[in-house]
Design a binder for this molecule. Structure first.
Ligand SMILES: [Zn+2]
Length: 447
């Protein structure tokens, strides 16, 4: 039998562990996994040697903002950044676009806006807001991967938060469809207004207790309804124990954290450096260490970007005022390197990386063909040099806007090639191949 593509690597990161192997691809899918030196017939053959071969990453937390706020980001630029960063599937958040994805009609608008622009595969979250409960089931049937809600002001007026009664009611509805609710968990009652250039004042305005109080509400509502709930962008490590206890009690709860919480610490943030602003905030180094332990212990399930860009005048106002700046960090292209830089120094392996950034997010979003190098899965592959260090040059980022707290940092681990369903996406300069050709990404539905 002749395959379309064979990729060989001495460090192939398989679900059962890393070993030398050859991945044989037929059409869009992995057809066989053989020994590294197995004789195989193929139209194209690539031997990446000592480079690692990872499953394409699945980033379930990306704000693309198109349509409606396309000047903030967009499907073309976001998916190019994803491809360059080894991310082959993104799940687009339901807010910041106009309209927000809170109805089937809005989902169709979003899909229309994305059609023909995507360099990687794109799935969609729906939104759960006050008053749209009747739209949840139809959106679930239309293939969204789950529903996002806020428990405090989202930052945009068209995506209001749920109160405690609304949260419980939505979870009750979703439980009947076995659909997932993901929650931005901060409690407004514990948050003070912030202003000024001092990062510590901003961090103190959104203390860990704000996350804790909101997560308690999610746990209580999940326990009371039997629904599946997920905490997005966990920053406060003191919540790890509570999440672990909920899981141990059989409550269907999962949690994610983000590269910026694992890489940066508040001690490093200069006054007025609003490119570091996110909600919840980057906290101190002690918190970061505890967050890592929560991840290593398996309480935190996945690491995804919360890529949330906006134009430079909103992200970095000349005042340097943390109250004024948009809270969101753009890192779709850099997440793998940022997390690996720290993970490697802690003795973690590429198997851990593949679990945290590919398999677990694929499971969360219900995308069984993604996130693992396994026969029958989509041939989404990443050739990754785990030892190569590089300086982050914002000019080389494909994000629409280049403002990033990673500028000038040296990260370890570089993506050398990304294949989407067997199609290579990068050329030797790290630029996207096939300029002028149609992008090969597809719009995905859950399952
Ligand atoms: Zn977000």
């Amino acid at each position: 039998m002749s395959y379309d593509l064979v990729v060989r690597s001495r460090q192939t990161v398989l679900p059962e562990g890393t070993r030398a192997a050859a991945i044989a691809v037929s059409g869009p899918a992995i057809a066989a996994i053989e020994d590294y030196s197995a004789p195989l017939q193929a139209r194209r053959e690539v031997d990446v040697g000592d480079l690692a071969l990872l499953p394409g990453l699945v980033d379930t937390h990306v704000h693309v903002n198109e349509p409606g706020r396309t000047e903030w980001e967009g499907f073309a630029t976001a998916t190019q950044a994803a491809a360059a960063g080894g991310v082959t599937t993104i799940c687009d958040m339901p807010l910041n676009s106009l309209p927000p994805t809170t109805s089937v009609a809005a989902l169709e608008e979003k899909r229309a806006a994305a059609t023909g622009k995507c360099w990687v595969d794109v799935a969609f979250w729906g939104g759960a807001v006050p008053g749209n409960q009747a739209a949840l089931r139809p959106m679930h049937q239309a293939g969204v991967v789950g529903f996002k809600c806020f428990l405090l002001d989202s930052g945009v007026p068209e995506f209001p938060p749920l109160d405690v009664a609304g949260l419980r009611s939505v979870l009750g509805t979703l439980a009947t469809a076995d659909a997932l609710l993901i929650a931005h968990a901060e409690d407004a009652a514990e948050i003070k207004p912030a202003s000024g250039r001092d990062f510590w004042s901003f961090v103190k305005s959104r203390p860990p207790v704000a996350e804790r109080r909101a997560i308690e509400k999610v746990i209580s509502a999940a326990a009371g309804t039997g629904a599946r709930a997920h905490i997005v962008h966990l920053s406060a490590a003191e919540c790890v124990a509570m999440i672990a206890a909920a899981k141990a009690a059989g409550i269907r709860l999962t949690a994610e954290t983000c590269p910026h919480y694992l890489y940066f610490a508040a001690e490093q943030v200069p006054d007025g450096a609003t490119e570091f602003k996110s909600c919840p905030p980057i906290r101190d180094a002690v918190n970061r260490e505890a967050l890592w332990r929560g991840l290593e212990a398996g309480v935190i399930d996945c690491v995804v970007s919360d890529h949330s860009p906006c134009p430079p005048d909103l992200k970095a106002p000349s005042s340097g005022d943390f109250g004024e700046a948009w809270g969101g960090i753009a890192s779709l292209q850099l997440g793998l390197s940022a997390v690996w830089t720290v993970a490697r120094s802690r003795g973690r392996t590429l198997d851990d990386m593949a679990r945290w950034m590919a398999a677990a997010p694929a499971d969360l979003a219900g995308l069984p063909a993604k996130g693992r190098l396994a026969v029958g899965n989509d041939a989404d592959l990443v050739a990754f040099d785990p030892g190569e260090a590089y300086l982050v040059d914002p000019a080389r980022l494909h994000h629409r806007h280049k403002v990033t707290p990673y500028a000038g940092r040296t990260l370890t681990g570089r993506v050398r090639q990304t294949w989407l369903r067997g199609t290579p996406l990068l050329d030797d300069d790290g630029l996207l191949q096939g300029k002028g050709e149609a992008p090969v990404g597809r719009l995905l539905k859950r399952g």
